[in-house]
Design a protein around this ligand. Structure first.
Ligand code: HEM
Length: 436
């Protein structure tokens, strides 16, 4: 007999989707776990799912049970836009996935690789600070998200494919027709990922009913045409140093779809995450003058007031580290982690989990759990000054980069980027929120 976790009554066909459409998903899921407990049975359309909202269960999932939950569930975007599950973020766990992850970890995300692109970040930082200074000197409000996007997009495309696409002149407007096209295509793909679609919630034999599939295929054709142009350009290039796209093309030879899939995935995964993390942190700190002043004092002591903060300064900024952890606790960029059960006889929290069940980990709820965190709604970086809790995936009450074999491989680059940006924004300027 199969024992399943408790859960609310669902409707035929749609299951509990109607309960999840109302508010931000992580809040809707939190109110379910407050009602039914730390492990809850759900139906996402016609697909069985389990929701987890307690650190002990997250630990079980990502350690002893990780082997049974190594992949993400089916997503229509991954099939129709992301080159039929060929990218690191969408590939099912197995030989190919392990090889592309290893390539990323050894050729892109080592400390040495990340240091080797510091000149790109430094140039982008100068552009960013000049753009902010220009807005400030004209007394104009600043759209921080757009300004930061220029930094992260150019830093990532610089490292991956030796190209700078965007300019600050018109708050994130692209500097050429080609750049504008690329930016819009990436934006459209991200939009598709966020947009729920029928195929993700039905068994495979009903996916043909999804009316969004033809639109996805058309978008894929446009994205592919653009990326193929980038690949052709790369093959002709006489540059001396190799970038990551060269490494991908060497690794996959004629099978260029694999290189294009991973290029697209890394650009999407690496751009908006750092922007949103920085933006939420700045929004939180601007509301707390005490914290802003304390961070500014730390920067003044470590860097002085005659230059911008450099990457070599970052290790001296302990209070800033605490602010970053607190911001990731309170405002995780990716509030839900998703897996699918692939083991035949898996268990979580003593309950049976059938093959094909989707598992949702509410990372946002873990960071807001009053059993673990004192005054969880308060933004209080000091809680991390005397604590050993870290954000690298081993402390299950705080998982901003996920955990287990699918945890974020770009964490060292993401953390470096957020810290560099935040340090310079706090050090270089006084901030306030525009009324209204
Ligand atoms: C502050 C910045 C970032 C945050 C908060 C973040 C967070 C995350 C999270 C939560 C996951 C899912 C982990 C899981 O399900 O266990 C993830 C996956 C991933 N991230 Fe990041 N990330 C950041 C920056 C980056 C950067 C800079 C890159 C690369 C340029 C990157 C590449 C990836 C990739 C490729 C995956 C998929 C891994 C897989 O499925 O095996 N991330 N990230």
């Amino acid at each position: 007999r199969v024992t399943s976790p408790p859960g609310p009554w669902g409707l035929p066909l749609i299951g509990h989707l109607h309960l999840l459409a109302r508010m931000p998903l992580h809040r809707a899921l939190q109110s379910m776990s407050q009602k039914h407990g730390p492990i809850v049975s759900l139906s996402l359309g016609m697909r069985p799912a389990i929701l987890i909202s307690a650190p002990a269960l997250a630990r079980e999932l990502f350690t002893s049970q990780d082997v049974n939950f190594p992949s993400k569930p089916y997503m229509s975007v991954a099939e129709h836009i992301d080159y039929n599950f060929r990218s690191i973020g969408t590939a099912p766990y197995g030989e190919y996935y392990s090889s592309i992850r290893k390539l990323c970890l050894t050729e892109l995300f080592t400390a040495r690789n990340i240091d080797s692109f510091s000149w790109i970040r430094s140039e982008e930082l100068s552009h960013l600070l000049s753009a902010i200074l220009s807005s400030a000197s004209h007394g104009q409000a600043l759209d921080l998200r757009k300004t930061l996007s220029v930094f992260t997009f150019n830093s990532i495309t610089g490292a991956l494919m030796s190209k700078r696409y965007l300019s600050h002149e018109h708050a994130g407007a692209a500097s050429s027709k080609e750049a504008m096209e690329f930016k819009n295509l990436v934006f459209e793909v991200v939009h598709c990922i966020m947009d729920p679609c029928l195929s993700n919630f039905v068994p495979w034999y009903l996916r043909w009913l999804d009316w969004k599939t033809p639109g996805m295929r058309r978008l894929h054709a446009k994205v592919d045409k653009f990326l193929q142009m980038v690949v052709e350009e790369h093959k002709k290039s006489t540059r001396e140093h190799k970038d990551f796209l060269d490494i991908l093309l060497e690794a996959f030879g004629e099978e260029e779809a694999y290189a294009k899939a991973n290029l697209l995935d890394l650009i999407m995964a690496g751009t908006e995450t750092s922007v949103i993390g920085t933006e939420w942190l700045m929004a939180a700190v601007i509301q707390e003058p005490r914290i802003l002043k304390k961070a500014q004092q730390e920067l003044q002591d470590a860097v002085g007031n005659r230059r911008m903060v450099q990457e070599s300064d970052l290790s001296k900024l302990g209070y800033l580290d605490a602010i970053i952890k607190e911001s990731f606790r309170r405002y995780p960029v990716v509030p839900i982690h998703i897996r699918e059960c692939q083991g035949q006889a898996s268990k979580l929290g003593g309950y049976d989990v059938l093959k094909g069940t989707i598992v949702l980990v509410n990372s946002w709820a873990l960071g807001m759990d009053p059993v673990v965190w004192e005054n969880p709604t308060q933004f209080l970086p000091e809680r991390f000054l005397a604590s050993f809790i870290d954000i690298k995936g081993q402390d299950f009450e705080l998982l901003p980069f996920g955990s287990g074999r699918r945890r974020c491989p770009g964490m060292p680059l993401g953390l470096r980027t957020v810290k560099l940006l935040v340090a310079n924004l706090i050090h270089g300027f006084d901030w306030s929120v525009e009324p209204g």
